[in-house]
Design a protein around this ligand. Sequence first.
Ligand SMILES: Cc1cc2nc3c(=O)[nH]c(=O)nc-3n(C[C@H](O)[C@H](O)[C@H](O)COP(=O)(O)O)c2cc1C
Length: 189
Amino acid sequence: MDFWDVIKERKSYRNFSSQPVEQEKIIKVLEAARLAPSWQNRQCWRFVVVQDKEKIKKIGTLNPFTLNINFFLRKVPVIIVACANPKDSGHRHGLDYFLVDTAIAMEHIILAATDLDLATCWIGAFDEKMIKDVLEIPDEIRVVALTPLGYAAQKQSIVDKVSKIVAKGAKRKPLEDIAYFDKWQKSSH
Ligand SMILES: Cc1cc2nc3c(=O)[nH]c(=O)nc-3n(C[C@H](O)[C@H](O)[C@H](O)COP(=O)(O)O)c2cc1C
């Protein structure tokens, strides 16, 4: 896919078909993460690829008390769990770079997946403790984000439709609202 097609085609999917994901495609998206930039090239990220159906079901169990609200995950073919050891990255000006490093690598995964006609959805609302228990992730490691990985179902689900409404139809702000030139001031570019 052309670079701009990848950028434009990527969107959050919340309804997946049961079609399995080819192992070569999983390896390819992980390779995209491996090549991402990171603080002092420390590569603090680690990715857990979950394909075990029972574990996927547990990760997708609805629990509003722990903010585990993305129950559409229980039926996806693959979940990639992006983790990091904060000690393997840096801090500057109060910013924790393990979050930055891992977010960049995760976006590489998401864009590579789009290029391979796979669907993803960045997941920020999850129960970290439960996921760490299910996947036997050590205490010192943080779970930064998840994404389902698979083929999009033909139809949008109710969850998809509701999420779109909550997210204001996934509309973006105009460029003049988000990009300033030479000083912090809205321009007419
Ligand atoms: C940090 C972050 C956390 C997110 N958490 C969730 C989530 O928990 N559940 C979900 O369905 N979508 C989640 N999203 C997806 C956003 O809702 C989505 O990217 C946004 O509405 C724009 O829509 P689009 O991705 O289809 O362009 C998250 C996205 C980001 C970047």
